[in-house]
Design a protein around this ligand. Structure first.
Ligand SMILES: NC(=O)C1=CN([C@@H]2O[C@H](COP(=O)(O)OP(=O)(O)OC[C@H]3O[C@@H](n4cnc5c(N)ncnc54)[C@H](OP(=O)(O)O)[C@@H]3O)[C@@H](O)[C@H]2O)C=CC1
Ligand SMILES: Nc1nc2c(ncn2[C@@H]2O[C@H](COP(=O)(O)O)[C@@H](O)[C@H]2O)c(=O)[nH]1
Ligand SMILES: [K+]
Length: 400
């Protein structure tokens, strides 16, 4: 099959027809973006001259004035994922003193929310999550009505490109004009803009980078996370909106890279798996060590638990792993914040907000020296990290 441009030169004869044969092109053309897109494992941050004398001089607090709700969000910019293993009320209570946020998973019922609100009226570092399922929005309305101190909504679906999702974001904005709306996930500028213009304050960025995600394997869809964050942050900031870099953060250095790329907040699931405050079945390994189960919200484990199984027209897009028990979640936050403060001093950023304008990335082909492997005896229970596709700690991945 040949295209119309070739057809127009037919009949010219001689040299023209020879040219015509050489310039025949297929009617379809392969659409490939040639720009290199980068992931955490592809870059490091280049150090810069700095006037900071100590890591203690760095401020990690953020005060985001959100575009549509006009409400201020004050926090340290770490959000625990709305997964039923880590986005728990226990996690919110444990992390409240640190200022980190927790996106509470959508499987708590109204009574559980009421009870949480009654017992912990001062714990305000939470977002309430909802999807687009039947009943999700009615439940969201009841929770918000019952818990007036909850002022942030996380509208979360796997595929933020669906028109129906955009309609849901508009409807929730109309109903809750003064609530902060986080919406996602997307990975490109045009959809970031669309969600913000339809009412989202903060767009969640990341398709496929998560530690227990198999979307890229199951669908071939995705976008390298550093580039996704750069491009979506640019689009969001142009409109006065904000972004959360969601997924793929395996160590504090990855979080630093996400902030350097323009993220306003980072969302982490795997890093908080295995903590005391995480849910998930605890088991003993044959060597006597304790592990906890961690799984994606699109895994067959999650679907069996919440909807009775995997619908016959779809497949699981998440996996199930065992993670060594790693102690209090507050220690994970402290490790993240310590790493971030240090990253800021390396580029001369006095606050996390200054990171993007002080960051230049260098492309690399190796992140770490692995002469002694990646395991650190003094951090037995912590994530492997190094931006090198490490999952949550030395985890075993059996079921899926
Ligand atoms: N960031 C990421 O890369 C991903 C994150 N997740 C996490 O897991 C949670 C559960 O995900 P999951 O059960 O897969 O779906 P969701 O719970 O996000 O599905 C939401 C709605 O979107 C519809 N939908 C249409 N196309 C898709 C698509 N390609 N992928 C997913 N839903 C689609 C679903 O219908 P139907 O089911 O009938 O198709 C459903 O009605 C998500 O809410 C998210 O938190 C999951 C996958 C990817
Ligand atoms: N493709 C899938 N993504 C998932 C699933 N469950 C959660 N997620 C996403 O991962 C991040 C957490 O990433 P991490 O690297 O910090 O562990 C989470 O916030 C979701 O966006 C899933 O089953 N499939
Ligand atoms: K999520």
């Amino acid at each position: 099959m040949f295209n119309a441009r070739c057809a127009r030169v037919v009949g010219l004869g001689g040299a023209a027809s020879a040219w015509m044969i050489m310039s025949r092109r297929p009617a379809f053309s392969l659409r490939v973006e040639d720009d290199v897109k980068l992931d955490f494992k592809d870059v490091l941050i280049r150090p810069k001259r700095s006037t900071l004398r100590s890591r203690s001089e760095v401020s990690l607090e953020r005060a985001l004035v959100t575009r549509n709700s006009q409400r201020e969000v004050r926090c340290v910019p770490i959000v625990v994922s709305n997964m039923d293993t880590v986005g728990t009320f226990e996690m919110a209570c444990a992390l409240a003193p640190s200022g980190a946020l927790v996106a509470i998973h959508k499987h708590y019922n109204l009574d559980e929310w009421r009870e949480f609100s009654r017992l912990h009226p001062d714990v305000r570092n939470v977002m309430v999550s909802a999807g687009t399922g039947a009943g999700d929005l009615a439940k969201l309305d009841s929770i918000l009505a019952a818990c007036p101190t909850v002022t942030t909504i996380c509208l979360d679906v796997a595929n933020g490109y669906s028109e129906f999702f955009v309609e849901v974001v508009s409807a929730v904005r109309e109903k809750w004009p003064r609530h902060v709306i986080v919406a996602g996930n997307v990975v490109t500028n045009e959809m970031t803009e669309e969600l913000i213009l339809k009412g989202a304050d903060i767009v969640k960025v990341g398709i496929g980078p998560g530690s227990v995600c198999t979307t890229r394997k199951q669908t071939g869809v995705g976008y390298p996370q550093v580039s996704a964050v750069v491009e979506c942050a640019d689009a969001a900031h142009g409109l006065g909106g904000h972004v959360i870099a969601d997924g793929g953060i395996t160590c504090p250095g990855d979080a630093a890279k996400a902030f350097g790329a323009g993220a306003d907040l980072v969302m982490c699931g795997g890093m908080f798996s295995g903590t005391d405050e995480s849910a998930g079945e605890e088991r003993a390994r044959p060597d006597g060590s304790r592990v906890k189960l961690f799984y994606g919200m699109s895994s067959s484990t999650a679907m069996k638990k919440h909807v009775g199984g995997v619908a016959e027209y779809r497949s699981s897009e998440g996996k199930t792993v065992e993670v060594p028990c790693k102690g209090p979640a507050a220690d994970v936050v402290q490790d993240l914040l310590g790493g971030l403060r240090s990253a800021c001093t390396y580029v001369g950023a006095r606050s996390i907000k200054e990171m993007p304008k002080r960051t230049t990335f260098v492309r690399v082909s190796q992140q770490l020296n692995t002469f002694f492997g990646t395991h650190d005896l003094s951090k037995q229970h912590q994530a492997g990290g190094g931006g090198a596709a490490a999952g949550p700690a030395p985890a075993k991945g059996p079921a899926s």
